[in-house]
Design a protein around this ligand. Structure first.
Ligand code: KG4
Ligand code: ZN
Length: 351
């Protein structure tokens, strides 16, 4: 069975084809294509929603053609058209959803609206050595920071989440203060390599409360801003900036690792899955690997190019849902999007 996945929730247009045989064989990625809008939004220091929607419209058809060609598949050979239904930017989501509905209607095939975070969460299942359920998931993206107990597809128990900024947002906002442009995460991580992580004492919010699995990152950018103001009166140099980058990264990573370990303790589970854009951070991976190796816990990550938004994770999540529930019925070209969509509500009707 062939599943086409379309991701358009934010600033990447992603398309991929995943093939799945039966209920027990892992889905396989046959082809994927991605267009990142980062260059387009750079000048504005962040994503401009209307520009994002218009660009998705321009990119989606060529990307679908490319994926079909690379996987030697005709449109008629597709069994399911999956798209990101939410959460995300309403206009951007509507482009992917409307395209998926139109393509499916023209082929007489069903559609499936996928939860973007479920896509991130399941993305390590495309790795050569996929995880097994149950596991603790640390989901760290630009919009979300959550720790979950995952029992199976659609069986997600939220253990903790951010009460303000997401981890990716903390990277991005601090990077902006340091003049590093957008998106800031990778740029801040690169600069941090040249800095001293202990140069500045930055807060580790909600770490003192030994029970809490929630996160809070909003205070971090204020702390960095305060340090910068102090330094600027004495002329901030490149080394100070690198030290601030390293100290910021250290604070974020320490909190993420600490909470992930706490969740493993609280659940007694011995597997950890890390997903979302911040999961590409090398320092986070290094510290999680060390801490988990000491405890005999297995850590699974998606391939680096599947950490950030992509179509493969959407096709994969749809394929795993089909393995669980079978193919959905052909719908009547109706579609909707859910810009705000808590993961906990995903299978609420069935729970
Ligand atoms: O999952 P994602 O692509 O989009 C959302 O669903 O939000 O995550 C994007 C976030 C951005 O905040 C970006 O700065 C961050 O992931 N990010 C990183 C790295 N690569 C991407 N943060 C830290 N280090 C990285 N290497
Ligand atoms: Zn994402």
């Amino acid at each position: 069975m062939k599943v086409l996945g379309i991701e358009s929730s934010c600033d990447e247009t992603g398309v991929a084809l995943v093939e799945v045989d039966g209920a027990n064989t892992p889905p396989r990625l046959k082809a994927q294509a991605l267009h990142s809008q980062v260059r387009m939004h750079e000048a504005y220091g962040g994503v401009v929603p209307e520009l994002a929607s218009r660009d998705h419209i321009r990119r989606i058809v060529p990307l679908v053609r490319q994926v079909l060609a690379e996987s030697a598949t005709s449109a008629g050979g597709l069994d399911l058209i999956a798209y990101t239904r939410g959460p995300g930017l309403a206009g951007a989501l509507l482009v992917g959803a409307a395209f998926a509905a139109a393509l499916a209607a023209s082929l007489g095939k069903p559609t499936l609206g996928v939860h973007h975070l479920e896509g991130h969460l399941l993305s390590p299942f495309l790795a050569d050595d996929p995880p097994r359920f149950p596991f603790v998931a640390l989901l760290v993206s630009g919009g979300h920071t959550q720790v979950m107990r995952v029992e199976g597809v659609g069986r997600y128990q939220l253990l903790g989440e951010t009460i303000d900024d997401a981890a990716g947002e903390a990277f991005d906002k601090t990077a902006k203060l340091l003049g590093l442009g957008y998106p800031g995460g990778p740029a801040l991580a690169r600069l941090a390599d040249f800095g001293d992580a202990e140069a500045f004492k930055l807060p580790r919010p909600l770490m003192a409360d030994r029970q809490s699995l929630d996160f809070s990152f909003a205070g971090l950018k204020t702390a960095v801003w305060t340090q910068l103001r102090k330094l600027e009166s004495a002329n901030v140099c490149e080394q100070d900036k690198a030290n601030l980058a390293a100290s910021t990264q250290a604070a974020i990573v320490e909190v993420l690792v600490g909470k992930a370990l706490r969740a493993l303790d609280a659940t007694g589970l011995e597997r950890l899955v890390v997903a979302g854009g911040v999961g590409a951070n090398a320092e986070l991976r290094r510290q999680l690997n060390d801490a988990c190796a000491r405890r005999g816990v297995r850590v699974h990550y998606p391939a680096l190019d599947l950490c950030t938004d992509n179509g493969a994770m959407i096709a994969l999540a749809a394929a795993m849902r089909v393995q669980r529930d079978g193919l959905p019925a052909v719908n009547d070209a109706a579609f909707d999007v859910r810009p705000r969509w808590p993961l906990a509500e995903l299978d609420a009707a069935a729970a």
